[in-house]
Design a protein around this ligand. Structure first.
Ligand code: NAD
Length: 322
């Protein structure tokens, strides 16, 4: 199969490395209005793709079965939609879309056309985090009080410098994927604030999100783009869970590599391999992104709450699509 990569920024290297290591997908075109970003990838990985600044231009120059959507978050919906509408499978970086109606529209379109639509969820699918979630669910009994701190530093902030509510838009969806593995009751209400800390750096910002759940559980999240590496947490966050007679903590050391060879491939690579496996399976192609709609419902409510400065009910994901 042949893939067009749309968006050749910081995260593209990770995808190109994983696609080259897998070998089942050839990169036929690179799309980016910043042609220098595409050239950097070509030079770094010895690729031989067509170059374009839009998807239609790329399709006029190269064959394609799949679009890999690595654009900034607010372009995810229009780029994925246009790819699906042209009959192409879509593998996209998170978040699937910035609101539930757009995410539902993508899932419906993929189902209608029999196309694969899969979204990256490397933090929610991290094997160590899932082991922690198993410990919580088997050892404790809901309701739970859950807190997570995710404070990260970035070498290249890229689009985040100009992004409205960058932490809520770009980072918090990881925590929404993760908390759904800990608390299985439906979320009911979200309160979110995000404040730019531009006195640290242009992209620096801190968000707080409080989520109430139908079983009485409570999740509070503090996420931020900070500057001093000495203060950062692991990108997977620092998690604490307390229930009646139960307590657990998961706080990977941010200064110690967890992806040792014996631990197997990193979570993002496992996600990409699973997406490519799904593309190559026989019969009707699945729409794994449907499982991510509940995270987008939380993101939708969080962005609305931050914009209107009040608690917002979590929109319901239609039953057939949970
Ligand atoms: N899963 C993860 O752990 C993880 C980590 C980092 C980034 N991401 C996601 O990857 C995506 C990209 O992030 P990044 O860090 O690479 O950002 P970036 O700013 O470094 O790169 C974005 C690229 O998209 C290009 N672009 C902008 N408009 C475009 C358009 N209309 N068509 C094609 N390309 C366009 C920009 O020129 C830039 O090269 C974001 O959605 C982000 O959330 C995920």
């Amino acid at each position: 199969m042949k893939a067009v990569i749309i968006g050749c920024g910081a995260i593209a290297s990770r995808w190109v490395r994983s696609l080259l290591a897998d070998g089942r997908i050839e990169i036929s075109a690179l799309v980016d209005p910043d042609q220098q970003a595409a050239q950097v990838l070509v030079a770094r990985y010895g690729l031989n793709p067509a170059f374009a600044t839009t998807l239609p231009e790329a399709l006029a120059r190269a064959a394609a079965d799949v679009v890999v959507n690595l654009t900034p978050p607010e372009l995810h919906y229009p780029v994925s939609r246009s790819a699906l509408a042209q009959g192409l499978h879509v593998l996209t970086e998170k978040p699937l879309a910035l609101n539930l109606p757009d995410a539902l529209d993508l899932v419906h379109l993929a189902e209608e056309r029999g196309l694969l639509l899969a979204v990256m969820r490397n933090r929610g699918a991290d094997p160590d985090f899932l082991a922690f979630a198993d410990t919580v669910r088997s050892g404790g009994r809901a309701p739970f009080a859950v807190t997570a701190d995710t404070l990260v530093t970035l070498t290249g902030p890229g689009f985040r410098t100009g992004q409205h509510l960058p932490v809520t838009t770009d980072l918090a969806v990881h925590a929404f994927d993760q908390v759904r593995a800990l608390i299985t009751a439906p979320p009911t209400e979200v309160t979110c604030t995000e404040t730019a800390t531009g006195f640290l750096a242009a992209h620096s910002s801190i968000a707080t999100v409080t989520v109430h759940f139908a079983d009485g559980s409570l999740f509070t999240y503090r996420g931020g783009y900070i500057v001093d590496p000495a203060l950062r947490t692991d990108a997977n966050g620092d998690w604490r869970v307390e229930g009646r007679g139960f307590a657990a903590r998961w706080a990977p050391d941010p200064h110690q590599a967890r992806n040792l060879p014996q631990a197997g491939p990193p979570a993002y690579q496992r996600c990409i391999t699973a997406m490519i496996d799904a593309l190559h399976q026989d019969g009707t192609l699945p729409v794994p992104a449907a499982d991510n709609l509940a995270s987008i419902a939380l993101l939708d409510a969080a962005l609305a709450s931050a914009a209107h400065r009040r608690p917002v009910p979590v929109p319901e994901v239609p039953d057939a699509l949970h």
